[in-house]
Each structure stands twice: as structure tokens, then as C-alpha cells.
Design a protein around this ligand. Structure first.
Ligand code: HAX
Length: 439
């Protein structure tokens, strides 16, 4: 298998680099931690290692050295498509090199072989109460698949230096099955259909997803699926879904256990669930004004949102200080395909008006849009209008990045994670000591 071959070729040298850092330079200081960071969600503490992606405040997410525009240009494209093959992105995340089309198609072929979901998973999903949130169903299905984990089965018989091989097996199996499960949940929950989706080996990951979701491809939903999964795949190692995968995996919980936990973090309203809020706000504006409002009306509405004590969803970012390139890529996609769509015109007007409002308010460090400001608008256009499903889509994409990180963490022998905690009194003592005049 191409990923196995390419990864194992890189390992000896990479392991030496890590060994040298850990043995010869262990005492070199990278960062200082202050009390604000300890009580403030460990914000910005440089304490994680990931070579898969890096968030640059000025350029956005960099996947293996490539910005979003560079990545979309460089990766091999799907047949009759302007969008890259998702298999090519997975190759890039895992291996760190842009694949040839043949290499990208090899990953796609692996997925096609593995996209079979056992019957008991469907039965379990059918048994759940109708009102169960789709993210709960999704996470449960991943957990149910743990039964087939190669990592768990081989754990007692394999040596540490080959953990990554079983991790890669599981990661390919898991990422192959996720679009099938997601589409099943969608058709079952919103349309009452319980026939099993069929993955067509002649089609790529994005086209299969579009077919299994039964969203008409006349307007190009396959293209959006490819773009969406690629853009949502990774966002360096510190966000909740990525860090959860890493933390749980560090206990040598297999990829299924770890990813189910990661999804549970993604399901939180401050993380992946935020994408449904943004579309809600746009639709509220649309309803209130019976269409696209004037600039003045939108300006006033944005201030009313802020004065009401709410944030403007889809704007601001913890790390970025420019418009999110993931937003820009989706906006460009939409403007090329449906420039006259009313909701899109509204989203564009919001992009024109809201950053100025946030600047005037003077609180947000970054008044520009993030990825969530537009992703729902695109799904809505294609007819996927069930907001609570959007985080499942995010989850299918996020699996690509976090499993690549998981495989590398096992390949580099990363140990169990164990930061140290202090009590409130201890922190107060640190403050008191710092306030004492130097002797
Ligand atoms: N509207 C109103 N106020 C905002 C704001 C916005 N869109 N963005 C930031 N601010 C406010 C913050 O609430 C904060 O106010 P307080 O000092 O009163 O607490 C102040 O500006 C400083 O915040 P910040 O340092 O610029 O931003 P944070 O790193 O604290 O938070 C958030 C980043 C994305 C959470 C924030 O910008 C926000 O709440 N945005 C709106 C919600 C949203 O779009 N969430 C999706 C994020 C994308 C993502 O990660 N998805 O998974």
C-alpha cells in the first residue's frame, strides 16, 4: 500500500530527528507560561508537536507547507473536476509530499475497498430514538466500529515500533467508512430511509458522498463535498477535536476510540457546532428584511446583535488576523457557481459591513470572517438545509487530519500526555512571590 511504503521510508530519519531533540536538546526553552494562560484555556502555549498542519496568523492554515490556494492548485484533480481528489489530500497529510494523480487514485482505491459498514452498525443506528442528535449517532457509529480495530486486536502482540502500521490500517478503514455512515444518518434521520448507501468504486470520495447523500449533482455538489472535506481536514494540533484525538490516542486507545472522543469535542457549540449558528444569523437577517437589506439596515442590525450581548457568528478568530482563507476559498467557489443566490449576496454584504462594525466596537482582535461564516450558505444552496447535520460534515473532513496526526504520533513513539496542574492557592503563592521586591 502506497501510504505504508512512503511513510516507512521516511521513518528512520524522522525518528532520529525526534530522538536528537528529546535527548540532546531537552532543556532548551521554547515558551514561558503565564497565569493568564493557565486560567485562560492554555491559550497559545507552544506545547504540541505536529508536522501535518500549522495555523499562521497571516496566511491561515498551512497544510504540509502549502497555503489553501497553493494546495487547491497543486493537488491532482478529480475526473472532469476543478477540485482536488480528497485521496490526494490524505496522501499529502500523511506523507508530506504532493502526490501524482496515480498516487492520489491509489488512496481513493483503498477507500473504495474498505467502505463497507457492518450490519450491526446500521441496526444500532436504527434503534436510536428519532430525536437523537446526528453528532451523537455519528460518534456512536464510530465507537461501534471499534470492534474491528486492527490496533486493538494486535496491541498485545506487536512491538512499539510497528504501532503506526496498525494505526494506518485503522485510519484507512475508518476514513473510508465515515462518508457512508454520515450519508446513512442523513437519509435515515431526515428522510426516514434505511437502505444501506453503496460506495461506487468507479467514483471518488467526493462524488460518492454526493451520490450517497442523494443530493442532485446537477449543480455540482460533488465539487463542494471535495472542497469542504479538504478545507475542514486539519487546523493544527491544539483545537478541541485535534487535541482530543491526540490526548486519547496518547493512552494508546485505538483510532476508533480516539476519534469518537474527538467527535464529541467537535459537537460542542464553541467548536464545530458553531457552523450552524452562522447560517441561522444570516437567515434571521434575511427574514427580518424580506431579502438582502441595505447597508445601513445591516449595519444597524449588526450593532443590535452586539448591543444585545451576542457575538456576530462567523467573525473573529483565536489565531488568524486576516480573513480566513477557508472562507475565501468557499466564497470564490460560490461566486463562480451561483453569484445571484440571494443568501450568498447577503453573506457578501455581511463581509462588507460587519468587519467595520467590529472594528468600531474595538473588542475583537480579528474582525474578519472565519470558515463558518460561509460554509452553511453553500450547503443550504445545494439543498442540505438541516442545520444540525453540518457538524457531521465537518467530522468527516476532520477525520482526515486527526488520523494523519494519530499515525505520526504512533510512528514517532509519542508518550502519554500528562501536563501538570496547580491549585488556586499555589497560583496565588506564585503571584505573591513575584510581587516581593528582589533581595
Ligand atoms: N462578535 C462580537 N464580539 C466578538 C467577536 C464577534 N464575532 N469576536 C470576538 N469578539 C469579542 C470577544 O467576545 C471578546 O470579548 P470579551 O473581551 O468581552 O470577552 C473580545 O472580542 C476579544 O476576543 P478575541 O480575542 O478577538 O477572540 P477569541 O480568541 O477570544 O475568540 C472566537 C475567538 C472565534 C471564539 C470569537 O471571535 C467569536 O466568538 N466569534 C463568533 C463565533 C464564531 O464565529 N465561532 C466560530 C469559530 C471558528 C471555529 O473555530 N470553528 O470550529
Amino acid at each position: 500500500m502506497i501510504l505504508h511504503e512512503k511513510l516507512s521510508a521516511q521513518l528512520p530519519a524522522w525518528r532520529e530527528r525526534i530522538k536528537s531533540l528529546a535527548k540532546e536538546h531537552a532543556e532548551v526553552v521554547v515558551d514561558h507560561v503565564n497565569i493568564g494562560q493557565i486560567v485562560g484555556g492554555m491559550r497559545d502555549i507552544k506545547s504540541l508537536l505536529s508536522d501535518v498542519s500549522f495555523v499562521d496568523p497571516a496566511h491561515g492554515i498551512i497544510f504540509r507547507g502549502l497555503t489553501i490556494p497553493e494546495l487547491l492548485k497543486a493537488l491532482p484533480k478529480a475526473r472532469a473536476s476543478k477540485m482536488p481528489l480528497v485521496g490526494g489530500l490524505y496522501y499529502l497529510l500523511m506523507i508530506g509530499e504532493v502526490p501524482t494523480k496515480e498516487q492520489a487514485l491509489e488512496v481513493e482505491a483503498e477507500w473504495a475497498k474498505r467502505a463497507i459498514v457492518p450490519d450491526y452498525v446500521y441496526k444500532m443506528l436504527k434503534t436510536m430514538p428519532k430525536e437523537t442528535h446526528p453528532m451523537t449517532l455519528f460518534s456512536q457509529a464510530v465507537l461501534a466500529l471499534q470492534n474491528g480495530s486492527a490496533f486493538a486486536a494486535k496491541y498485545h502482540s506487536m512491538k512499539k515500533d510497528v504501532y503506526w502500521e496498525a494505526a494506518l490500517e485503522d485510519s484507512l478503514d475508518l476514513t473510508a467508512k465515515l462518508p457512508v455512515i454520515a450519508a446513512y444518518i442523513y437519509r435515515m434521520k431526515y428522510y426516514g430511509e434505511t437502505s444501506k448507501p453503496k460506495y461506487n468504486p468507479k467514483l471518488d470520495y467526493g462524488a460518492n458522498f454526493s451520490k450517497m447523500m442523494k443530493v442532485s449533482d446537477k449543480k455540482g455538489y460533488s465539487e463542494l463535498a471535495r472542497l469542504y472535506f479538504i478545507l475542514h481536514s486539519d487546523h493544527e494540533a491544539g483545537n478541541v477535536s485535534a487535541h482530543t484525538m491526540h490526548l486519547v490516542g496518547s493512552a494508546l486507545s485505538d483510532p476508533y476510540l480516539s476519534f469518537s472522543a474527538s467527535l464529541n469535542g467537535l459537537a460542542g457549540p464553541l467548536h464545530g457546532l458553531a457552523n450552524q449558528e452562522c447560517l441561522g444569523w444570516l437567515l434571521e437577517v434575511h427574514k427580518k428584511f424580506g431579502g438582502v437589506p441595505s447597508r445601513d439596515d445591516l449595519y444597524k442590525f449588526a450593532w443590535d446583535t452586539l448591543n444585545g450581548g451576542h457575538v456576530i457568528p462567523g467573525y473573529g478568530h483565536a489565531v488568524l488576523r486576516v480573513p480566513d482563507p477557508r472562507y475565501m476559498a468557499q466564497m470564490e467557489f460560490a461566486k463562480k457557481r451561483f453569484p445571484d443566490d440571494e443568501l450568498l449576496r447577503l453573506a457578501d454584504l455581511v463581509f462588507d459591513v460587519v468587519p467595520a462594525v467590529l472594528k468600531e466596537q474595538g473588542k475583537a482582535k480579528n474582525p474578519a470572517p472565519n470558515v463558518d461564516a460561509i460554509s452553511g450558505t453553500l450547503q443550504y444552496y445545494y439543498g442540505v438545509r438541516e442545520f444540525d447535520f453540518y457538524t457531521v460534515l465537518f467530522g468527516v473532513g476532520r477525520a482526515l487530519g486527526v488520523t494523519a496526526n494519530y499515525v505520526w504520533a504512533r510512528a514517532l513513539g509519542m508518550p502519554i500526555e500528562r501536563p501538570k496542574s496547580l491549585t488556586t492557592k499555589m497560583l496565588e503563592d506564585v503571584v505573591a512571590k513575584a510581587a516581593q521586591p528582589a533581595a
